[in-house]
Design a protein around this ligand. Sequence first.
Ligand code: PSU
Ligand code: MN
Length: 305
Amino acid sequence: MKQYLALSEEVREAKEQGKPVVALESTIISHGMPYPKNVETARAVEQIIRDHGAVPATIAIIDGQIKIGLSDTELEDFGQSEGIAKVSRRDLPYLVATGQKGATTVAATMICADLAGISIFVTGGIGGVHRGAETSMDISADLEELAKTNVAVVCAGAKSILDLGLTMEYLETKGVPVIGYETDVLPAFYTRTSEFPVNFRADDSETVASTLSTKWNLGLSGGAVIANPIPESHAMAETEIAAVIDQALTEAEANNINGKDVTPFLLAKVEELTGGESLDANIALVKHNAYVGADIAVKLGDKLN
Ligand code: PSU
Ligand code: MN
């Protein structure tokens, strides 16, 4: 397995010294935000993680290797290149075997983080059960990954392009705890609230870290969702975002978008329809997640046995 992994110098040193490492995904860079804000944000997020006592490891597939930690040039390349493949669990072996570039989703980043011994992963939002999944069967592989891989995902909940109620049900079936960070309800990415309660509330990173270490030390495999609401200052109006999402969903249907293209299509539409506002919100929430995730990684420290 080790022949496929390439750790950056910074990550290798951190692992050797037992320092906390936080994983970051690359789909958010290549498919989640436009250039150059995607690269600026990726750099800023990495720095926030360093400033809070952990080491960032942005994960991507390059030249037949799983990179755990990207150089500045690689980050820039992922931000600029058009048409980099979006890689989930299904796609990972083919992209590695054929030496192509691949941007890892939440599911694939969890797999790679786990291979590298990293337990905390920061991103914006997770995939979930799509609206209408009872007929389309469109359920993100992110949820299956959360069911089996021991990595906690710090995010701002999930966008209501998804059916948040069914997403919570699916996670419950799979035994994945959803922990609200300073909140009682699932945040909906652009907004701080939704109508769905989280399973547990944590008001500090220590509670999150000890819940995770207890889960894994008990041998309860699988991940956890740490749902951290967008900062109040950047939260968007619920009615505005709901209308935009409805329109994006209508356009996806009219254009017959399906499979792995659904989520990137919806994300791009929402951004187009709200102008810069949703992009600013997206950037603010990822930065906030980076701060919380680094703190949890530090607290997790040597709790795992
Ligand atoms: N949701 C977001 N931003 C994102 C994604 C989802 O708010 O960037 C990306 C993540 O990489 C996630 C993926 O893992 O989309 C889910 O894709 P799908 O629904 O096709 O599983
Ligand atoms: Mn899907």
